[in-house]
Design a protein around this ligand. Structure first.
Ligand code: PLP
Length: 518
């Protein structure tokens, strides 16, 4: 009885522990920001563009927030435009400058380690005839400035360089980049999304033309970004409509979000003052990981060239999807650097650009600490990793594509669970006898998943399914098997079986509460 009680307590502790080490994905909202935003939502509903009293108050709050953002990055308030997110800010600059201001010049130079909001916009521009060149980085992700000097020419109208990388934390020498660009008459865009609140930013001193920001990376709300456009630098709006934001970005302002962004910027100095402590915790994490797995590889650069909170580590021989899913099972949130939750499961383009192999990229985890991270959090995360690596964890079984044969596919004791996203289901037929569920809401189907069978879970690449597998373990399903490499791997490896059986007898499950209702 006592033992049972102890087990139950352990279970409670395990599932109540939450360690968030994914602050580069997003941050929890600051209580101060929340208070400011709530006040606006409760009281200040006036449209800042209208003329009467409550609207004038809204306009005043809007301008105050603009000043707060400007102060945080050392810019003038009339150089700041609010947008819906940093993705919009990056799009606005790249698209506007390419379309309107490039007579006689047709080339953008960027880096291979930009955020997808830049890379995919560049791909779009390339399809429209803009020449895009990517300047290589070294094995720590630092831009090779002499390569930039060699590539930049009279045809180059813009250099676009991320200030601090979201996956490794590497910080670029943006002053030097801006200086090289200036000498060739090119404009400079820098994505500062990950940097604000972590390292000092001085837009004026750096001499960049454009810089982009997002509130949710510094304890502010999601759905609001900012764009810095230096006085005199060319810019035309991406969104056309009303005259908001001095005619540079149409659409009624989301005042609560903008005020939240301003409030978050008021806390920037306090965040910067915390950087030393964060750096110390990052060192503790490195020490622990190196003692657990001495052959682990730190991909982030040395401290002086790295964000204080970010650490990218490769664990040779350990699949990141499995480690991440197991950490999730124990309440620890980290990121793998590959978009497996969307089913892509492609190795990180950032790590690849640094010369890291696909295999090593798939063994890499990103830890990103925040202002609430404690030494106890780091010790807990490290302990979970130690137990996993030592093989002391409850285990989700893995099946390789080669092992998945007809006997398993048609065995009545196997229940096949398809957790692929809808677009993948449109592209490829699933395993025979699959049960399709909404991949991000597996909790709605638990009553329909039999507890007396072995559950074979699959997704396109094996990343999302491993998370679901651990979730099912946590929900008491004893025999859970993940298809490593996913349907993509099986199609490749067992094309013969795929041709013969894919799509046979597939069932779409309805969520539990609606199951049986027609
Ligand atoms: N740039 C970087 C470096 C980022 O990390 C992100 C978000 O992850 C973005 C841009 C996009 O920001 P938003 O979510 O505001 O569109």
């Amino acid at each position: 009885m006592e033992l049972q009680k102890l087990e139950f307590l352990k279970h409670l502790v395990r599932f109540n522990r939450h360690v968030y080490l994914d602050h580069n994905a997003t941050t929890p909202m600051s209580p101060y920001v929340r208070r400011k935003m709530t006040r606006v939502m409760e009281r200040h509903y006036g449209n800042p563009s209208s003329l009467y009293g409550i609207a004038r108050k809204s306009a005043e709050l809007l301008e105050r927030a603009r000043r707060q953002v400007a102060d945080a990055i050392h810019a003038a308030p009339d150089e700041i435009y609010f947008t819906s997110c940093a993705t919009e800010s990056n799009n606005a600059v790249l698209q506007s400058v390419s379309a309107h201001f490039t007579p006689g010049r047709n080339k953008i130079i960027s880096t291979p380690i930009e955020h997808p909001s830049v890379l995919n916009t560049l791909a779009h521009l390339e399809a429209q005839g803009v020449i895009v060149e990517y300047c290589p980085v070294d094995d720590k992700g630092r831009l090779l400035l002499d390569e930039l000097e060699q590539r930049i020419d009279a045809d180059t109208f813009m250099v676009c360089c991320i200030l601090a990388n979201n996956e490794t934390g590497v910080i670029q020498d943006i002053r030097a980049v801006a200086e090289i660009a200036r000498q060739h008459g090119a404009l400079v865009l820098t994505d500062c999304v990950q940097a604000l609140g972590k390292i000092p930013i001085d837009a004026h001193e750096w001499g960049v033309d454009y810089a982009t920001f997002s509130a949710h990376k510094l304890y502010g709300p999601k759905g609001v970004g900012a764009l810095y456009v230096k006085h005199g630098s060319p810019f035309a709006p991406l969104l056309h409509g009303g005259h908001q934001e001095s005619g540079q970005r149409a659409g009624t302002e989301g005042l609560h979000n903008i005020v939240g962004f301003g409030a978050a910027c008021q806390e920037v100095n306090a965040l910067l003052a915390d950087a030393g402590e964060t750096r110390a915790l990052r060192r503790l994490l490195i020490r622990r990981l190196q003692s657990i797995k001495p052959d682990c590889i730190i991909n982030s650069p040395e401290e002086a060239a790295c964000l204080p909170n970010t650490l990218s580590v490769t664990f040779p021989g350990v699949e990141n999807a499995e480690l991440m899913a197991m950490l999730d099972y124990y309440g620890v949130a980290v990121s793998a650097g590959s978009a497996c939750s969307t089913g892509e499961d492609a190795p990180s383009h950032v790590l690849k650009a640094m010369g890291i192999s696909d295999q090593a990229a798939r063994q890499t985890i990103r830890f990103s600490l925040g202002r609430d991270t404690s030494a106890a959090d780091i010790r807990y995360a490290a302990k979970v990793i130690r137990d996993f690596i030592a093989g002391r964890m409850p285990f989700v079984h893995m099946m390789t594509p080669a092992q998945l044969n007809e006997t398993i596919l048609f065995d009545e004791r196997t229940f096949i669970l398809d957790v692929r996203p809808p677009d993948d289901r449109k592209r490829y037929k699933g395993l025979p006898n699959s049960h399709e569920v909404a991949p991000l809401h597996v909790e709605n189907y638990l009553k329909q998943i039999p507890r007396d069978k072995r559950i074979l879970v699959y997704c396109p690449g094996g990343g999302l399914s491993v998370m679901v597998s651990y979730y099912l373990k946590a929900k008491g399903f004893t025999r859970v098997i993940n298809l490593r490499g996913g349907l993509d791997g099986w199609r490749e490896r067992r094309g013969d079986l795929y041709q013969k059986y894919a799509g046979q007898n597939v069932r779409v499950l309805q969520p539990d509460e609606t199951a049986g209702v027609r």
